[in-house]
Design a protein around this ligand. Structure first.
Ligand SMILES: Nc1nc2c(ncn2[C@@H]2O[C@H](COP(=O)(O)OP(=O)(O)O)[C@@H](O)[C@H]2O)c(=O)[nH]1
Ligand SMILES: [Mg+2]
Ligand SMILES: [Zn+2]
Length: 301
């Protein structure tokens, strides 16, 4: 029997694609129902006699996980072992900055850097409000890029941010995530491995996510679009740590356990009033607090 470590580079429903350190890729099944590998996982796999499939027997401890709560309130892991998150918004479908904030909150709690990419600037009819939102992200230290995957403008800047990283690209369905990646890899063989394509003999029907190597070094995980996203938090008190400007201001709140909602002497609310903290970002924070409380009460439907 042959035991080797490998990285999960694509997930289908109960099947995976693995890449060994040698660069060789194989298909694999999972041993046991409890083991749930995701893209980015490092696993131990063994070869199976007379089969081309390998068997995943173990998942190595994860450095971090991108999670969300599923409909039953359980935590679903979307990807693991990331060091960068790119959240894409676009002119079309209309940018939902609350979703952007929820992804940035997740990145913050994972302890990884993140970028906000605004795509389809060729269609943007709201340039001044877009610029204002993007400036508020840049002010608090996020990387910001405006681009058009259609016209090839700005995509190289996204490429620079991704260099040598293990990144994930996220955002609403249709914002242009796959188009941006295709622009970066620009090679027919990579294109065919992009999301929603079938591989081989049609054994893999829907691809959940796929890790794509970048020509300049590094990888990026593409995943099918979601309509909405919220991070899975253990409790609503964790939410403040997902907002770096709120965490910074919170040091000056009168009460150390201030939740920045209705407490007196709250430095966060003072920051919103004097516009050093964005009203929208504060509203995002309150929405995540509410959502997390609803989830833990089982009131989520
Ligand atoms: N006008 C315009 N269309 C784009 C741009 N980028 C992507 N699209 C189109 O938007 C649609 C969704 O793109 P896709 O990459 O599949 O989005 P994803 O769901 O986020 O992966 C496709 O029809 C693309 O051709 C862009 O910069 N400008
Ligand atoms: Mg896509
Ligand atoms: Zn406070």
């Amino acid at each position: 029997m042959n035991n080797e470590t490998a990285t999960v580079i694509a997930t289908y429903s109960r099947r995976m694609r693995l890449r060994f350190a040698s660069g060789i890729e194989v298909d694999a099944r999972i041993k046991g129902k409890r083991t749930k590998p995701v893209c980015g996982d490092r696993v131990i796999a063994e070869s199976i006699a007379n089969e081309s499939d390998w068997l995943i027997t173990e998942i190595a401890e994860r450095e971090n996980e991108l999670t969300r709560p599923n409909m039953r309130g359980q935590v679903e892991v979307l990807a693991a072992n990331l060091d960068y998150l790119v959240v894409v918004a676009a002119a079309e479908p209309k940018a939902d900055w609350y979703i952007v904030d929820r992804y940035l909150c997740a990145a913050e709690l994972m302890g990884i850097a993140a970028a906000v990419v605004f795509n389809k600037i060729d269609l943007d009819t709201n340039e001044s409000s877009t610029a204002e939102e993007l400036a508020s992200y840049a002010r608090i230290g996020y990387d910001v890029v405006r681009c058009s995957a259609k016209e090839g403008f700005g995509t190289a800047d996204v490429g620079h941010l991704l260099k040598d990283r293990c990144a994930i690209i996220v955002g609403q369905s249709g914002v242009g995530k796959s188009s941006i990646i295709n622009h970066l890899v620009g090679d027919a063989t990579q294109r065919t491995s992009a999301i929603s394509d079938k591989t081989g003999e049609g054994r893999h029907t829907t691809v959940n996510s796929v890790m794509i190597p970048l020509p300049g070094g590094g990888t990026v995980i593409d995943s099918p679009g979601v309509r909405d996203y919220a991070p899975a938090l253990e409790s609503s008190t964790v939410a403040a740590r997902g907002f770096r400007e709120i965490t910074a201001a919170a040091q000056h709140c009168r009460f150390s356990n201030c939740r920045h909602l209705r407490e007196p002497g709250c430095a966060v609310k003072a920051g919103v009033e004097d516009a050093t903290i964005s009203t929208r970002r504060y509203e995002s924070y309150k929405r995540i607090v509410n959502l997390t409380e609803q989830l833990s009460d089982g009131r989520y439907t």
